[in-house]
Design a protein around this ligand. Structure first.
Ligand SMILES: O=c1[nH]cnc2c1ncn2[C@@H]1O[C@H](COP(=O)(O)OP(=O)(O)O)[C@@H](O)[C@H]1O
Ligand SMILES: [Ca+2]
Length: 498
């Protein structure tokens, strides 16, 4: 005789056709529910849109390609820089005497853009060119030449398959304000309504300062005020662009200062000891920033020699700022109103290039120590500097002592940063992979990509929505299994003797 489980002899209720059909339908329903939940938004977010901005600066032109998820362009979608290209040669304002070449210079980077942007998106991809202080100066100096440059650039850009939206000069106000928008957009400060960062942009021909100050409502010096309503928050921005105070034009001004009497040589404390180069008067004074100071009588050239002295250099740099008159409650320089500095600042473009080269981007180093380090660098003989940096472009290398001195002087004497507020500055090149600069803010504005009001967002984020649907589906399944309990096999614990 053998012991057996009686129930093993009964027919398994799971094998009843009704149960099988109900189970299969239940499982299919659950799988379908979860699949629909997952796929609801997914396929759309995989597609991207593109925008291209050309930054026609005074020293060079750069092309930026931006990308964002196709169905989110009006609210929360993040716009990111996916590619940048530096145009070979000088800025477009340097082609005043051969405008055609300004257009031609852009083709290489434009062809790169044609390959980078998916072909089916070409026709809907907006393309902008914004020119800054180099073209502002050319426009002052010779407006017909600047028009010809724009015409040539226009014609060249129309040849490409993108939706060309035109080439124009940005006002200094726009340049400053869009730089501020870029920095705060990339830091995700606007959408979240967080306190904003100020923006400091140093170019070759102009420099911009933009920040929100709680004691500035735009009533004092309204020309420095820009109002934005972004994601439901109002911003009253102070911004100013100083034409001629980019580092290349500022250098010209210090050289003009030193060649007032038309000498055959100058001993410049902003250049290294041992540096010596013959330069032309006509080239030095060929800019509206200095043209009115050209000496009456001067030889055609002067010998530019260095003596590497930071403190003397700083004195010369200070002399290009005018602190004598201010018709407002307070001024930065040249009689320009500036409210009290407030909040953290991001300093980019040439601020970053120069301070990064000098290894001075760490602003937690006390300002006094930064000055000492720079003084030591300036005092290093030119032969030693050249040996130490054989691969650095000659023009940049020769000018870093001046550029560093100019930056510290502009920040402290010009904008009134102190040893206490200096650590509020961060020298940055990019934020989360996108370059800091006016281009992104410019495109976001022209494509209406930052809404004035906070977008209505679904109550749950996508991931939360999927999780909840999945949990409910699993619960339903468990409930279903439990509800089948009457049909479960009933076994008696005790083996029965048959
Ligand atoms: O690697 C570098 N080292 C030093 N300076 C640089 C470097 N790259 C760019 N720059 C400088 O940054 C500045 C960029 O100015 P930009 O061409 O944007 O003029 P803009 O904004 O006044 O129109 C120029 O003075 C240029 O020489
Ligand atoms: Ca610039």
């Amino acid at each position: 005789q053998s012991a057996q489980f009686l129930c093993m002899k009964e027919k398994n209720p799971w094998h009843r056709p009704v149960t099988i059909i109900i189970t299969v339908i239940g499982v299919i329903a659950i799988v379908a529910l979860v699949t629909v939940a997952v796929l609801q938004n997914w396929p759309l977010s995989q597609k991207y849109k593109y925008g291209i901005v050309l930054d026609a600066g005074s020293s060079h032109t750069a092309l930026y390609i931006y990308e964002w998820p196709a169905e989110k362009d009006n609210n929360t979608g993040r716009v990111e820089q996916t590619h940048s290209c530096t145009v070979k040669g000088p800025g477009i304002s340097s082609y005043a005497s051969a405008p055609q070449k300004a257009g031609e210079s852009l083709t290489e980077c434009m062809q790169e853009a044609v390959h980078r942007v998916p072909k089916k998106r070409h026709h809907e991809t907006p393309l902008y060119l914004g020119a800054t202080a180099g073209m502002r100066l050319l426009n002052v100096q010779n407006s017909s030449a600047s028009n010809k440059v724009f015409q040539a650039v226009d014609e060249a850009l129309r040849e490409f398959p993108f939706a060309f939206q035109g080439a124009r000069i940005l006002s200094g106000q726009e340049e400053g304000a869009f730089g501020w928008v870029t920095v705060n957009y990339l830091d995700d400060r606007l959408r979240q309504g967080l306190e904003t960062n100020g923006a400091l942009d140093l170019g070759g021909a102009s420099t911009q300062i933009s920040f929100v100050s709680s004691n500035y409502d735009g009533s004092e010096s309204p020309s420095n005020s820009v109002n934005f309503r972004l994601y439901g928050n109002d911003y009253n921005l102070y911004t100013h662009s100083f034409l001629c105070y980019g580092k290349d034009q500022a250098l010209r001004m210090t050289l003009a200062q030193q060649t007032r009497s038309g000498p055959t040589s100058i001993l410049d404390p902003c250049f290294h000891d041992g540096y010596s180069e013959t330069k032309e008067y006509s080239k030095l004074y060929d800019s509206p920033c200095v043209s009115d100071r050209k000496p009456q009588e001067a030889p055609s050239t002067y010998i530019h020699t260095g003596k590497g002295n930071f403190h003397q250099c700083q004195e010369i740099v200070k002399s290009v700022f005018n602190f004598t008159h201010c018709q407002y409650s307070q001024c930065s320089f040249n009689g320009i109103f500036q409210p009290h500095l407030q909040g953290p600042f991001g300093a980019f473009s040439a601020y970053y290039f120069v301070m990064n080269f000098l290894k001075l981007t760490n602003t937690s180093i006390p300002l006094e120590q930064v000055k000492e380090k720079l003084a030591h660098y300036c005092a290093t003989p030119w032969t030693q500097i050249q040996k130490q940096y054989p691969n650095v472009k000659h023009k940049y290398l020769a000018e870093y002592c001046f550029s560093g001195t100019y930056i510290l002087t502009l920040l402290t004497e010009g904008y009134n940063f102190t040893s206490e507020s200096y650590p509020n500055i961060k020298f940055i090149k990019e934020i989360k992979g996108s370059d800091a600069g006016w281009t992104l803010g410019y495109m976001l504005n022209l494509t209406n990509m930052i809404p004035a009001e906070a977008p209505d967002s679904p109550p749950l984020p996508h991931a939360g929505y999927i999780s909840i649907v999945t949990v409910i589906a699993v619960l339903l399944f468990v409930l279903f299994i439990l509800s089948m309990r009457p049909f479960w096999p009933q076994c008696s614990k005790e083996p029965q003797i048959i």
